[in-house]
Design a protein around this ligand. Sequence first.
Ligand code: ADP
Length: 442
Amino acid sequence: MSKKVLIANRGEISLRAIRACKELGIKTVSIYSEGDKELKSLRFSDESVCVGPADPTKSYLDAPTILSAADVTGSDAIYPGYGFLAEDYSFAEQCNLSGFKFIGPNSETIRQMGDKITAKSIVTKYGIDGVPGFNNKLPDDDDEVLKIANEIGYPLIVKATAGGGGRGMKIVRSSNELINSVQIAKQEALNGFGNDVVYFEKFIENPRHIEVQVVGDGKGNAIHLGTRDCSIQRRHQKLIEEAPASDVDKKKLDEVLENCVTLCKDLNYEGVGTLEFLYENECFYFLEMNTRIQVEHPVTEMVTGIDLVKQQILAASGERLTISQNDIKIKGHSIECRINAEHPESFIPSPGKISQYHQPGGLGVRVDSAVYQGYSVPPHYDSMIGKLITYADNRSECIARMKRALEEYVIMGINTNIQMHQKIIMTEEFKSGKYDINFMST
Ligand code: ADP
């Protein structure tokens, strides 16, 4: 078992990892940037190291400095969290080559599954259908590109193979827009991800976003922990997630779950992962795999009782999976609202000092957040400042509990999206559970 883990992240996920390590008797090292000296996680870890200025490219994304921090603190493993270097296969490789265990799958698995075109071709071999489209690098010749698009039909979506976070996508509704959209998507992909390879998918008009949580021990044992519905999104970014996904064709789902597990067994998948799908007309279409912990992992933890971060650490420590598929019982319902520091109408980030803070509590309420009264939300990072998670025996009680918890949540001094969540969960559409990814645009 690892003795000291360096957490190469910030905010709520750092605190989440520290909590898991403490329960496993593992010492922790936090890293922080000069813009993050007030982080709550720094007060909970055993040690902390400043890795550079507030600019994330010079701190949380600076692999050599992070590896030096692991070295000087005598850490033996590195926990990446989500975002930053979590899906950077070369960082995973550098960690392992430098003698620090990267807590996650091996670098080759991250490389293959992190590239959406490659991932789609791999999962196809396991009977998992990708969204129909052209799943190859597009040719340079415009006429060829137009021909391919005509074969797929409009509307279609241009996507970056290295894309993430809802960025690098362009919906194209007619051939007139095509070439220009491809150029823009390529440029955005190059700027955002350092890789300008784009591909085409059929644009599915009214799907739900449903994903499957998997866990493997790197030794050929793997299980799934059921589904999440993450269809409440804004600009392709998730806002509310639930587990389990309601109202899904059981036969189709069982097939997909079984195929996902077989894939992970074959890959000797180590740690946690998520296979994301669009679901429309009782069909699942694979989008991508995330080879890391997801923001929305708590809802799965609530309905399974399994600590996913501990599972990651145990797998990285070489432990065999002790949970079998039959042990997994999905019980009750859980919902997560992402609490963002942003203006309620313009959605513009709202950094600044939190003058008053009171977080909700009571039965079935969990808050994963690293903020507190007097904390200043820095302007340099993602605007998500916490996650409010509720759990209850069934979906309607879970919504009632979320309503009550949102009412209790007081965050003053900055703008937040708490009121927006209150409105969403009280709509008839949300309450009925019959919504899709277009919820926010209707
Ligand atoms: P990212 O890696 O940037 O999160 P994904 O491929 O996971 O990108 O897609 C994110 C979201 O974008 C999906 O949940 C969905 O809302 C939308 N999306 C992606 N591909 C399609 C598609 N082919 N048709 C319709 N919506 C799509």
